[in-house]
Design a protein around this ligand. Structure first.
Ligand SMILES: CC(C)(COP(=O)(O)OP(=O)(O)OC[C@H]1O[C@@H](n2cnc3c(N)ncnc32)[C@H](O)[C@@H]1OP(=O)(O)O)[C@@H](O)C(=O)NCCC(=O)NCCS
Length: 180
C-alpha cells in the first residue's frame, strides 16, 4: 500500500518480510550511511529484519521506492519527539542508499512527508536532529524549510559509545503554511 507518491518516489509502510529485509540490508550495510545518522551498519539481513520489526514498524516509518526501477532505496519517518511534551510534534528521520545521494531524492521525500504531517496528522511542529558534520542532511533540512534552533551539546550517545552534539531544527505549522 503506497501512502505517498511524488514525482519520482513512492512511500509505503515497511513490512517484516525477507524481501524487505534484504532490500534494507543492501543499503544499510554501507559504512557511509548509518554512522552519519548515528546507527551501526547492518551486519546481516537478519539484523535488518529485526530493525524493521522492532523499530520501523512500531514507529510507522515508510520505505522509499524509486518508481523508475522499483528499487527500495531508503527509509523516512516521523518519530516521537523526545524533546517536546504535550505538543503535537514529531521528529523527522531518514536514510538513503549511497548510490542515490546528491539527486534531490531525500528533499523530495521529506517535503512530501512534511506535507502529510501537517495536513493529515495535524501536527503543530516537526523537529529534526542532525550531527553537526552531516552537511548533506543539514542541506536537506534547509531545503525543506527547517529553522536551526541551536546546538544541543552532548545530545546523544552514538553506537560506539561516544557522546555527540546535535543540531536541532524545526518547522512550525505556520511556517509550513507560508513556505509550501
Ligand atoms: C542525508 C541524506 C539522506 C541526503 O539525501 P540526498 O537525497 O542526497 O539529499 P539531497 O540530494 O536532497 O540534498 C543533498 C545536499 O547535500 C549537498 N551535498 C552533496 N555533496 C556534498 C558534500 N560532499 N558535502 C556537503 N554537502 C554536499 C548537495 O549539494 C545537496 O544540497 P543542495 O541541493 O543545497 O546543493 C543522505 O546523504 C544519507 O542517507 N546520509 C546518511 C544517513 C543520514 O545522514 N541520515 C540523516 C540523519 S539526520
Amino acid at each position: 500500500m503506497c501512502i505517498l507518491k511524488t514525482e519520482r518516489l513512492e512511500l509505503f509502510p515497511w513490512e517484516a518480510t525477507e524481501e524487505m529485509a534484504i532490500a534494507l540490508y543492501e543499503y544499510a550495510r554501507n559504512k557511509e550511511v548509518g554512522p552519519a545518522a548515528g546507527w551501526e551498519p547492518h551486519e546481516t539481513p537478519r539484523h535488518s529484519f529485526e530493525i524493521i520489526r522492532d523499530l520501523f514498524i512500531p514507529q510507522g516509518d515508510l520505505a522509499i521506492r524509486f518508481s523508475a526501477t522499483g528499487e527500495i532505496i531508503g527509509s523516512i519517518g516521523l518519530m516521537p519527539d523526545k524533546r517536546r511534551e504535550d505538543v503535537k510534534s514529531r521528529e523527522l528521520g531518514y536514510s538513503l542508499a549511497r548510490h542515490m545521494w546528491g539527486k534531490g531524492i531525500m528533499t523530495e521525500a521529506a517535503r512530501a512527508l512534511i506535507n502529510y504531517g501537517f495536513s493529515e496528522l495535524k501536527l503543530d511542529v516537526i523537529a529534526i536532529a542532525i550531527h553537526p558534520e552531516n552537511e548533506r542532511s543539514l542541506s536537506v533540512a534547509r531545503k525543506c524549510g527547517f529553522t536551526r534552533e541551536g546546538l544541543l551539546r552532548k545530545g546523544c550517545i552514538g553506537y560506539t559509545g561516544d557522546i555527540r552534539d546535535l543540531v536541532i531544527g524545526s518547522i512550525t505549522r505556520e511556517e509550513w503554511k507560508e513556505k509550501y
